[in-house]
Design a protein around this ligand. Structure first.
Ligand code: ZN
Length: 97
């Protein structure tokens, strides 16, 4: 009888320890989930545009060869606007085409 009681107490103690570990993991996962949701909402909201800077003319038209993200200022050099990415590589803002 006494040995069964000791085994029962040990099982309860082990189970309690396991529950504490799972509770800790659960808290950490909730915090990470909340942080990821906030980041996702920030990225979804951030619509930007490539703002071009021209330094010369070709065929009477301005040639834009430096582009900056309107959200974070990340710069890309290209004279072909079709090469500009749909999303800013730095902040992830979706760029208006
Ligand atoms: Zn950006």
């Amino acid at each position: 009888m006494t040995i069964l009681f000791v085994i029962l107490i040990l099982c309860i103690a082990v189970l309690g320890g396991v529950l504490v570990v799972f509770d800790s993991w659960n808290d950490r996962l909730w915090k990470e989930n909340r942080a990821l949701r906030k980041e996702l909402e920030r990225v979804k909201r951030a619509d930007g545009e490539w703002q071009g800077t021209a330094d010369g003319y070709a065929d009477g038209k301005l040639v834009f060869d430096e582009w900056a993200c309107s959200e974070c200022g990340y710069e890309i050099e290209t004279d072909d606007p079709d090469e500009l990415p749909a999303f800013c590589p730095s902040c992830g803002a979706k760029m208006d085409c």
